[in-house]
Design a protein. Structure first.
Length: 242
């Protein structure tokens, strides 16, 4: 493996996918965040926690502008970190992934990782806008969500290794095993401790656009990494050294 070339491909594809995710998030998710934070501000005004003053709004607008402007950069940084994991997994599993070219192989792997590391945990603990959730339970919610991601990811790898021991059609037993196991975990894991009190259209819109934004990342990184891999062939060094 040409390590330098591999690292460049992984970092470039991760950064580009992170950029796509950041821009998409800014375009379709932020409007729901603005609406949710606006409701949160009104609740604070009504409770007397803060005063509805010009000073408050100047500070608020400055903070939100800074937050939005840094969102794309944050997406790039996150994309590089997740992209590194994706690149390593792709390099290790490329020969066993179905598909005639690296773009198709990368898309299949991205689909698997999207389902196991994002969508299934999302179904159990869906994303909520700022108006939903008690500040005192934020640590618990983070632990539950992270734990579910870890369990799902480890289980997917474990059952994949088990499936490799079977021949032909029996390999599907690994998939069946994973589905049965994660379904059991889904039922056993505690429910989200916070009740949804925000308007349903706001919550559903936020969740739907969040799924689209995250999906744009996985699609972008798969296509970008696959194209770069096809073009530069970082594994070529192994072939020439044998």
């Amino acid at each position: 493996m040409n390590t330098s070339l591999f690292l460049i491909i992984v970092l470039v594809s991760g950064a580009f996918a992170g950029l796509i995710h950041g821009v998409t998030n800014l375009a379709i998710v932020e409007p729901y965040l603005d609406q949710a934070i606006g409701m949160e501000n009104q609740n604070m005004f009504a409770s007397g926690e803060v005063d509805d003053t010009l000073e408050f709004w100047v500070e608020y607008e400055g903070y939100r502008t800074w937050q939005k402007s840094g969102q794309v950069l944050a997406g790039v940084i996150l994309g590089v970190s997740i992209g590194s994991l994706f690149g390593i997994v792709f390099a290790m599993s490329r020969s066993s992934l179905p598909g005639r070219n690296n773009v198709k192989k990368a898309l299949i792997l991205a689909g698997i990782m999207w389902v196991t590391l994002y969508f299934i945990p999302f179904l159990k603990y869906p994303a909520n806008p700022p108006t939903v959730g008690d500040a005192e339970s934020v640590v618990l919610r983070a632990i539950l969500y992270s734990s579910f991601i870890a369990i799902s990811g480890i289980a997917a790898v474990g059952f994949y290794k088990v499936s490799k021991k079977f021949q032909n059609k029996k390999k599907i037993l690994g998939l069946i095993g994973y589905v049965a196991f994660i379904s059991l975990v889904f039922v056993i894991m505690p429910e989200n401790p916070d009740k949804v009190t925000a308007p349903l259209n706001l919550v559903e819109g936020f969740r739907a656009t969040s799924v689209l934004a995250v999906s744009s990342f996985w699609i972008a990184i798969a296509i970008t990494l696959g194209i770069l891999w096809n073009h530069f062939k970082p594994e070529r060094e192994i072939a020439t050294s044998n």
